[in-house]
Design a protein around this ligand. Structure first.
Ligand code: LLP
Length: 436
C-alpha cells in the first residue's frame, strides 16, 4: 500500500517526504498521490489477469495526463465515459485502440470523435444508441467494434446510489423481461444483439456488465458472469456466432477504514477467470477474452488529502467539531454517500487522550462533513495537519467549485521528490469562465 510512515517528531512521510514540507511547498488542501503505489497497483492487476485478459482503468475515478501516461507505460487500457475524458486520454498519448467509450447518453459529437480516432470499443447502452453509432460509423465508412452493456439483475451490496445493476436504473439493456426472471433471456439485451448483428457498420465483439461499486462480495460477479455467459449461449444458439469478449466491469472495493477487507487482484482474477471458464465449458463455448474495469481499486488507496486545521469547537457531551480548509468541494463522498473515511494527525505525534471529533469543511452547509466520527488527540490545535487516506478515487474527479472554492492540486510523490500533476485552481481560473 501507500508508503506512509512516521518520520521525525512523529510527522507522516509519504514517498520519502515529510508532510510538513509538502504542505509548505504545495499548500493545503491538496491531494498527494504516491506514483510508485499507483504503478504497482496497475502492474498487480495486469499481472493477475495475464495476457489472456485486458485491464481497463476506469478514468472516472481520477484522470490526468500523467495518470494516462503511467497507465500506458504499465500496459493498461482505459475506460472513458465522456468527451472530456476521451480528449485527456488522447492528448496524453493513449493509443485510441486501447480506449473504450462508455456512457448512457453519449452525444453525437462524442460518438463521432471516438469513431474518427478509432477507439477500440464503444459500449452500447440503448436501442437509440445502436442506431446512432451505426449511422455515424456508416457515414464515416468505418466498422466499429462494440459491446452491449446488459443489466444482469444483480444487486451489489453497496450504497444504493452507486449500485448500477438494479433493473430499475438507467444503465444497460435488461437481460430478462423483468426483474423476476433475469435468467429467462429474450429480453432487451437479446433484442439489442439481433439489431447489432444486422448492422454492417458495427462489429459485435462482446457483452458488458457492471454491477456496482465498492463491492467486497465476489458472489455478485459470479452471478453476473453466469448470466452473461448464459446470453452468449443464447446468441450462439440463435445466431450461430460465438462472441469473443466478456467485460465484467469494475467495482472492486478498497479499504476506507480498518474494517474493510478488500481482495487482492490475483484472487479477483482467479475467481473471475475460473467462473467464466467453468460456465463456458459447461455451455460448450470457447472461453472468451475477459476484461475488467477497476477504477477505485487502482487509484483509491494511492492518495491522501492533507488539510490544515482552522478552528476547533467543542460541544460538551457531544463531540468536537474540527474545521479544515477544504470539505465537500474536494470530497463530496461523505455528504453524498455517507462514505466512511479515517483521519490522522499527520504533522506531529501526540500522546494526548483521544477526543471524539467530526472533521468538517468550510462550506456553508451543515452536511459538509469530511469524516463523520473520528478520534483525534485532545491537544489538536489550529495549524495542525490532518491526513485523510484513500482519497485517490472519486474525490478530485468529483470536486466542485461550491462557494467558489478553488479545487486543490494533485501532487505526485515519488522517491523523495514531489511534483504537481494537476495544479491548484486560482481565482483567475474561476473568473476566466465568468464572461458576463
Ligand atoms: N466500469 C463502469 C462501466 C462503471 O460505471 C464504473 C463506475 C467503473 C467501471 C469503475 O468502478 P470502480 O472500480 O471505480 O468502482 N462516484 C461513486 C462511484 C461511481 C462509480 C460509477 N461507475 C463513488 O464515489 O463511490
Amino acid at each position: 500500500s501507500q508508503t506512509v510512515e512516521r518520520g521525525t517528531e512523529g510527522a507522516v512521510t509519504v514517498g520519502g517526504m515529510d508532510v510538513r514540507q509538502l504542505a509548505e511547498e504545495f499548500g493545503t488542501p491538496a491531494y498527494f498521490l504516491d506514483e510508485a503505489d499507483f504503478r504497482a497497483r496497475c502492474r498487480a492487476w495486469r499481472d493477475a489477469f495475464g495476457q489472456g485478459a485486458d485491464v481497463f482503468y476506469a478514468g472516472k475515478a481520477f484522470l490526468s495526463r500523467a495518470v494516462v501516461r503511467w497507465l500506458y507505460e504499465e500496459g493498461l487500457n482505459l475506460d472513458v465515459c465522456s468527451g472530456g475524458e476521451l480528449a485527456t486520454a488522447l492528448e496524453a498519448g493513449m493509443p485510441a485502440d486501447r480506449i473504450a467509450l462508455h456512457g448512457n447518453n453519449k452525444s453525437v459529437d462524442e460518438i463521432t470523435r471516438a469513431i474518427e480516432v478509432g477507439v477500440g470499443r464503444i459500449v452500447l447502452d440503448s436501442f437509440q444508441e445502436i442506431a446512432r453509432v451505426a449511422h455515424i460509423a456508416g457515414r464515416l465508412g468505418r466498422r466499429q467494434a462494440v459491446q452491449i452493456r446488459v443489466t444482469v439483475g444483480v444487486e451489489a451490496h453497496t450504497h444504493e446510489f452507486i449500485a448500477t445493476a438494479h433493473e430499475d436504473q438507467k444503465f444497460g439493456l435488461a437481460l430478462g423481461r423483468g426483474t423476476s426472471q433475469p435468467e429467462a433471456g429474450g429480453g432487451q439485451a437479446a433484442e439489442a444483439v439481433r439489431r447489432v448483428l444486422k448492422l454492417d457498420s458495427l462489429e459485435l465483439t462482446g457483452i458488458h456488465s457492471h454491477i456496482g461499486s465498492q463491492i467486497f462480495d465476489m458472489a455478485g460477479f459470479e452471478v453476473s458472469a453466469r448470466r452473461v455467459v448464459g446470453l452468449l449461449t443464447e446468441i450462439r444458439d440463435e445466431h450461430g456466432v460465438e462472441l469473443p469478449e466478456i467485460d465484467l466491469g469494475g467495482g472492486l472495493g478498497i479499504a476506507y477504514t480498518p474494517e474493510d477487507d478488500p481482495s487482492e487482484p490475483h484472487d479477483i482474477a482467479k475467481s473471475l477467470g475460473d467462473i467464466v471458464r467453468r460456465e463456458c465449458e459447461s455451455a460448450g463455448l470457447a472461453v472468451p477474452r475477459l476484461s475488467v474495469e477497476p477504477g477505485r481499486a487502482i487509484v483509491g488507496p494511492t492518495a491522501f488529502t492533507l488539510y490544515e486545521v482552522g478552528t476547533i469547537k467543542e460541544l460538551e457531551g457531544l463531540r468536537t467539531y474540527v474545521s479544515v480548509d477544504g470539505g465537500m468541494s474536494d470530497n463530496i463522498r461523505t455528504a453524498l454517500y455517507d462514505a466512511e473515511y479515517s483521519v490522522a494527525l499527520a504533522s506531529r505525534a501526540s500522546e494526548a487522550p483521544p477526543m471524539l471529533s467530526r472533521v468538517v469543511g468550510k462550506h456553508c452547509e451543515s452536511g459538509d462533513i469530511v469524516v463523520r466520527d473520528a478520534f483525534l488527540p485532545a491537544d489538536l490545535a489550529p495549524g495542525d495537519l490532518l491526513a485523510v487516506p484513500a482519497t485517490g478515487a472519486y474525490c478530485r474527479s468529483m470536486a466542485s467549485n461550491y462557494n467558489h472554492a478553488l479545487r486543490p492540486p494533485v501532487v505526485a510523490v515519488k522517491d523523495g521528490s514531489a511534483r504537481t500533476i494537476v495544479r491548484r485552481e486560482t481565482e483567475e481560473d474561476l473568473l476566466r469562465l465568468d464572461v458576463g
